[in-house]
Design a protein around this ligand. Structure first.
Ligand SMILES: [Zn+2]
Length: 57
């Protein structure tokens, strides 16, 4: 099953704030990111993906 995570910090605390004509907009509770772009990833791949994300910073 895929899950939505923040493209900025990798948090799972992300939720849709409105569904405009262009689609849903999301907000991340952890870093305050707001935008239409979210990362959809398989649960099994999440840990590895998060590790890569942290390495970039
Ligand atoms: Zn975030």
């Amino acid at each position: 099953m895929k899950m939505k995570v923040c493209p900025n910090c990798g948090s799972k605390n992300i939720y849709a704030i409105d569904g405009g004509v262009l689609g849903d907009k999301y907000r991340c509770e952890d870093c305050g990111y707001e935008g239409m772009l979210v990362v959809e990833i398989e649960k099994e791949e999440y840990d590895a993906w998060l590790k890569e994300l942290k390495k970039e910073k």
